[in-house]
Design a protein around this ligand. Structure first.
Ligand SMILES: Cc1ncc(COP(=O)(O)O)c(CNNC(=O)CNC(=O)c2ccccc2[N+](=O)[O-])c1O
Length: 390
């Protein structure tokens, strides 16, 4: 059941009666061994093991098939591979399409553990990574090599929020025979139509907005028809599988994704506008703000925004920032985002994470994930924080 309206898709997707058996939510089907009543039945299952047929736990159960269908319908691809976390989805997708001697173009603002994977593991496998400026657009052509097989994007960057011109990058990449991957965790499949922008593999840390309740680690990669068989089979070879209990919780999260995103967006925009007026704030890095790099691309490509954005302080020694962050009532410190709760993260040392661009500010960057609490309570929390800061 598909619709052009995301509000309908998140409610209807993945509820095929062959998985739900008539109840609204697909049952949690736990299993490793699948037993067969006849040689013929075993042969049929073995022959169809790659096509949502019960074969062995590693290929998934009907709970897996329901969730994978839901993500495939949400993102508009040909199939969805599931992974134990977002990082596994990223590394699994990269390993599915790269081999020794290949070259990878990686955005300089990429999530740090993704950078680490490239620098520590891909390098040891003989795969060369070149980092590029997120704002490069079609000038990425100057970086493409004969052996460039993948161009990896993350838009917006999950710390500094630069919005990439993915269509421009994809047009060039495809002309040179390279595959385009997008870490689409911020867009979450509802704020951006990755495949209409030329993306070939849309990856998410479903840990974040898809699950939406900070209680499951999960990754997804949805591929176009051209690349789905290779992603599916190589992810299986890597042994990537997930628990049906986690997938059930992810399906449950998916059902409220659209309404949660609307409230995250509303709260975050109110907070971002409030922060923009604070004397302590140098600038706000929210894709909906003109001060955010790539703002016009966000206006063109995205249908909205969510709870994740950052702001840079004019100045601030670490002890002042620590005083601000300690004692928050609602903005708790935690390494994640996308759940219903508000989070705050002071990010230091960004300059050492950049190899293709410069990062230079007078004060620290604070990343907020704005949750579903009443916005007045969140403003009061930050106001008290600034009193401790000053
Ligand atoms: C855009 C994006 N893409 C993939 C992942 C990984 O997902 P996973 O946590 O399910 O593996 C994430 C995970 N997000 N987590 C955070 O932003 C919190 N910070 C970290 O996890 C972290 C960990 C180690 C070093 C640096 C960071 N960091 O974000 O800067 C992500 O933001």
């Amino acid at each position: 059941m598909t619709s052009k309206h995301k509000a309908t898709t998140v409610v209807s997707a993945g509820r095929d009666p062959k998985w739900t058996k008539g109840v609204v939510n697909p049952p949690v089907m736990r299993g490793s061994t699948v037993v067969f009543e006849s040689v013929a039945q075993m042969k049929q299952a073995t022959g169809n093991r790659a096509n949502q047929t019960l074969f062995y736990g590693r290929r998934g159960t009907e709970t897996t098939f329901a969730f994978a269908d839901a993500m495939t319908q949400l993102e508009g691809g040909a199939g969805c591979a599931v992974y134990p976390c977002g990082t596994a989805a990223i590394s699994g997708a990269l390993l599915s399409f790269l081999k020794a001697g290949d070259h990878l173009l990686m955005v300089d603002t990429v999530y740090e553990p993704t950078r680490d994977f490239c620098d520590k593991m891909l390098a040891n496998l003989g795969i060369e990574t070149t980092y590029y400026d997120p704002m490069i657009g079609d000038n990425i052509e100057s970086l493409l090599q004969a052996n460039t097989k993948v161009v990896f994007t993350e838009s917006p960057g999950s710390i500094t929020m630069e919005v990439q011109d993915v269509p421009a990058i994809a047009e060039v990449a495809h002309r040179h025979g390279a595959i385009v991957m997008l870490d689409n965790t911020w867009g979450a499949g509802v704020l951006l139509d990755a495949f209409s922008l030329g993306v070939d593999i849309s990856i998410q840390a479903a840990t974040k907005y898809i699950v939406g309740h900070s209680d499951v680690m999960l990754g997804t990669a949805v591929a176009t028809k051209e690349f789905w068989p290779q992603l599916r089979e190589n992810s299986y070879l890597l042994g990537q599988c997930t628990s049906p209990d986690d997938l059930y919780l992810a399906l449950r999260g998916l059902r409220t994704l659209n309404v949660r995103m609307q409230q995250h967006q509303e709260n975050a925009l109110k907070l971002a506008n409030w922060l923009a007026e604070r004397p302590e704030v140098d600038h706000v890095r929210h894709p909906a703000f003109a001060s955010c790099p790539g703002h016009q691309v966000w206006q063109r490509d995205f249908s909205g925004s969510n709870g994740l954005f950052s702001f840079v302080l004019k100045q601030g020694h670490q002890q002042a920032t620590t005083a601000m962050l300690d004692g928050m009532q609602h903005f708790k410190m935690g390494y994640s985002w996308g759940g219903y709760e508000s989070l705050i993260l002071a990010v230091y040392g960004i300059e050492r994470l950049r190899t293709a661009t410069q990062w230079q500010t007078n004060g620290p960057l604070i990343r907020l994930h704005v949750g579903l609490e009443h916005v007045d309570d969140l403003i009061a929390d930050l106001e008290a924080g600034f009193e401790r800061f000053n």
